[in-house]
Design a protein around this ligand. Structure first.
Ligand SMILES: C=C(OP(=O)(O)O)C(=O)O
Ligand SMILES: [Mg+2]
Length: 400
């Protein structure tokens, strides 16, 4: 039988050294799944609520666990519906989206284990596993992920011409190494930010030069096209009261921000721009999408927060042409799947994403393959990032 017999929750460390929630799900037939919640630093205003790990675990033990025992582990929708019912709020503020997502993902793994199938096949069906997402690799970063570094949160290598996912993953690692060389030549010291990207104390303008040079060098070495992209995390730059985007001493009005980003897309042939505008400004997103959406992806992260209602609003006005998918932003895998499906039906690309605080959990690698996502954003180096990248390589090699 595949019925859930036991759900246990514990506090473990995430990559920042903060406590997070890990869930184990056991079934009657011995099926087992384990998953852990990640955690954001540049979180969107409309995300599901993460509670302190201890509190989330206590509330979930009391309210959710008793409802889950006896459900079929393979029936993901029922389990996720039970989590929502146990919580009783729209944003998981009663049990915490951290416990909810850990249980949701652990259940999916237990369901796959019972079937004897890889997780991506349990989630996506028998015909998945041939297409792989392009990994977006964070190579230079700042913002909320590293103080005294760039204002733009992430500069992302995008090996769009890689013949295989393995070559793409190694290309991003090579760009990361090439960035270190370019910084070294310029005499710029650089520590690493939360996601393992270099966090140099340089201007955004210099970071563009550094990343462009590193990408060009690696492109010549590997012989396939590598472009790059950005996560501007502009909600973090936007000052509501001043109605302006703040870059240190400089500010930009919304019109100037649109002009600036459109110019960057043109100048650097950017493949991808995430959150170029504030999370409440659908209109500005729509204007930018209208201007450059035919040649780059304009992706909503804090704008959509993996939420179908917010995505629907965006679709109605033409805000963005892609969505970032972070299961913990919404709380369950079912909700994350619904967001991908709504995006796909409306001609938008999905980008499956890690958080800046991560664990060794590899669920998002399987989710990307299961949903046939165009891209995955999961860092470049560092154990909690390579866990996902190496899992993609294993999936491609039929070794999971
Ligand atoms: C991964 C990101 O950062 P965080 O997890 O801090 O929200 C992001 O903004 O896309
Ligand atoms: Mg983002």
């Amino acid at each position: 039988m595949t019925r859930i017999t036991n759900v246990s929750l514990r506090r473990i460390l995430d990559s920042r050294g903060n406590p997070t929630v890990e869930a184990d799900v056991l079934t009657e037939s011995g099926g087992f799944g384990r998953a852990a919640a990640p955690s954001g630093a540049s979180t969107g205003e409309y995300e599901a609520i993460e509670l302190p790990a201890e509190e989330s675990i206590a509330k979930a033990r009391e309210r959710a666990v008793p409802r889950l025992e006896g459900l079929f582990a393979g029936d993901q929708r029922s389990v996720d519906a039970a989590l929502r019912a146990a919580d009783g709020t729209d944003d998981f503020s009663a049990i915490g989206a951290n416990s909810a997502v850990a249980i949701s993902m652990a259940t999916a793994k237990a369901g796959a284990d019972v079937l004897g199938a890889p997780l991506y096949q349990h989630l996506g069906g028998a015909f998945r596993g041939d297409n792989f997402p392009v990994p977006l690799g964070n190579v230079v970063g700042g913002g909320e992920h590293a103080k005294e570094a760039t204002h733009i949160q992430e500069f992302l290598a995008a090996p769009v011409g890689a013949p295989s996912v393995s070559e793409a993953v190694f290309a991003n690692a090579a760009v990361h190494a090439a960035v270190a060389d370019v910084l070294d030549e310029r005499g710029v010291p650089a520590a690493k930010g939360d996601e393992g990207a270099w966090a140099p104390p340089i201007s955004d303008a210099e970071a563009f030069e550094v990343v462009a040079e590193a990408v060009e060098t690696v492109e010549a070495e590997v012989g396939f096209e590598i472009r790059f992209g950005l996560d501007m995390a502009a909600a973090e730059l936007y000052d509501d009261e001043g109605d302006a985007y703040v870059y240190g001493e400089e500010t930009k009005s919304t019109d100037e921000q649109i002009e600036y980003v459109a110019g960057l897309v043109e100048e650097y042939d950017l493949a991808y721009v995430e959150d170029p505008l504030d999370e409440n400004d659908y209109e500005a997103f729509a204007e930018l999408t209208e201007r450059v959406g035919d040649r780059t992806l304009i992706c909503g992260d804090d704008l959509f927060v993996t939420n179908v209602d917010r995505l629907r609003e965006g679709i109605d006005v033409g805000a963005g042409n892609s969505i970032l998918i972070k299961p913990n932003q919404i709380g369950t895998l079912s909700d994350a799947f619904d967001a991908v499906e709504l995006a796909t039906r409306n001609g938008m690309e999905s980008v499956i994403s890690h958080r800046s605080g991560e664990t060794e959990d590899t669920t998002i690698a399987h989710l990307a393959v299961a949903t046939d996502a165009a891209y995955i954003k999961t860092g470049t180096v560092g154990g909690e990032r390579t866990a996902k990248l190496n899992e993609l390589i294993r999936i491609a090699d039929d070794a999971v």
